[in-house]
Design a protein around this ligand. Structure first.
Ligand SMILES: *Cc1c(COP(=O)(O)O)cnc(C)c1O
Length: 435
């Protein structure tokens, strides 16, 4: 009998993939596919490709500090497998509300009477409109009837909530009198006016909008979707004056102070916390939101609430500048970014024999990202290499996500924590050895 080479058994091939760290049933699927395609050699490659479809830690070298595709605000959170008082009142021993603990902290932080938390800001806007304006009219400036990344479109959210959008003013100018006319028009039933921060775009030139303080003079409640979650325009948690790039970013404390009855904002943008949406405002209005049936569908779990509680306490303790990753990135001086770039270049030369002349340290511009502060940049430093190395950098064990411009690869240092520098060195060493 002559030996015929037979395909290995699915099980043997699957077991040979166990080094990938993938669970056995996944390895079996991949082994089956490789055998079906008559391409056994591809099995390890398939396992590697599958592993890279899972959520993976990466180095954000894009210079976009809150990169929506990279999870917005980077956040550390540890929690033991313990029961916690998510809906339990320790004082009475009775059932409590999951909105109490974090709600009181955000009320304190924003200066509002009360607050509550839902899964994201899109949910916050939807809930406020559904609870306070369903079946009624809500005037919105034509300049604020916007789409914000990830297909959050103001007219569509309003339609879903069951309220009627009333366009007021023009794309570039909307005055208080436009709102007054909309409210006085016979046959309209205005529940409230909504002001939306256009977030990711800006109209320059002959523009005018109506401030929250002006809107607060109307007889109807004012809701302000401020978006990014800057708590206080004076950034009291930072040393020194507020950074210039924050100048036109609306903030919760000032919105409430100017007379907004309800404000909504995201947890994972400038607030620097977990994905969440915060509704803060008048106690009676927040209470109507809490009691609306949608609140049950949009409620966050204990994991998010606990993490957001941590974020709130960090601000109240004035530890945000050092303990919220986003503010730490913002606060890093250029000299430190330049030194980080030089450290990486030196490690590549000393430990990997890379000619230091292949890398230059250049001025760069970082962006807050996540639709905050449109058109605004902050000075930064980048390591720059000739050629497009994006794919090679992504294929590193800890992938590095960079950018290219004019045939050169830019690794912006501002969003790279010093603890991640060895990953950048490893990725660049491999990319430049291949090139
Ligand atoms: C980002 C943003 C949203 C959507 O918030 P998510 O937390 O992403 O759901 C809504 N409104 C404004 C003004 C925003 O900037």
């Amino acid at each position: 009998m002559t030996a015929v080479s037979r395909p290995p058994s699915v099980d043997a091939l699957a077991r040979s993939l166990s080094d990938s760290g993938l669970p056995h049933p996944i390895c079996v699927d991949l082994a089956r596919e490789a055998i079906a395609d008559d391409d056994i050699e591809s099995a390890p490659r398939r396992a590697d490709a599958f592993r890279r479809t899972l959520l993976t830690d990466v180095v954000n070298a894009t210079g976009v500090l809150l990169h929506t595709n990279l999870g917005r605000a980077p956040l550390a959170h540890h929690q033991d497998a313990q029961a916690q008082t998510v809906e339990f009142d320790l004082a009475t021993g009775e059932r409590g509300s999951r909105q109490t603990a974090v709600g009181q902290l955000f009320a304190r932080l924003t200066g509002a009477e009360d607050s509550m938390v839902v899964n994201n800001n899109a949910a916050a806007v939807l809930l406020v409109l559904a609870a306070l304006a369903a079946g009624r009219d809500v005037p919105v400036s034509r300049g604020e009837s916007v789409e914000i990344g990830g297909s959050f479109r103001v007219p569509e959210v309003m339609e879903q909530s069951g309220c009627r959008l009333v366009d007021v003013g023009t794309t570039n100018r909307t005055r208080l009198s436009d709102y007054q006319r909309a409210i006085a028009r016979p046959g309209t039933d205005v529940a409230m006016v909504m002001k939306v921060h256009p977030s990711n775009y800006r109209v320059d030139g002959f523009v005018e909008d109506t401030s929250i303080a002006e809107l607060a003079t109307l007889d109807v409640p004012v809701m302000a979707d401020i978006g990014s979650g800057l708590l206080d325009a004076n950034v009291p948690w930072m040393k020194g004056a507020p950074p210039a790039w924050l100048a036109s970013e609306p903030a919760a404390v000032q919105a409430i102070g100017d007379g907004a009855d309800v404000v909504t904002f995201s947890g994972d943008k400038l607030l620097g916390g977990p994905q969440a949406g915060i509704i803060a405002g008048r106690a009676d209005l927040v209470d109507r939101c809490k009691r609306h049936p949608l609140a049950r569908a949009l409620r966050p779990g204990g994991l998010v609430l606990r993490s957001l509680q941590e974020t709130a306490l960090t601000y109240l303790d004035r530890r945000a500048a050092t303990e919220i990753a986003f503010w730490r990135m913002v606060d890093r001086p250029l000299s430190e970014l330049g030194a980080a770039a030089e450290r990486i270049r030196a490690a590549l030369a000393n430990d990997h024999g890379v000619d230091p002349d292949r890398l230059s340290v250049e001025e760069s511009l970082a962006l807050p990202g996540a639709g905050s502060a449109p058109g605004i940049t902050m000075p930064s430093r980048a390591l720059v290499v000739d050629g497009d190395h994006l794919a090679a950098l992504r294929s590193a064990p800890v992938p590095v996500i960079a950018r290219t411009r004019d045939g050169r690869t830019y690794l912006d240092l501002r969003a790279i924590d010093p603890s991640q520098e060895p990953h950048v060195v490893a990725a660049l060493a491999a990319a430049l050895a291949d090139a």
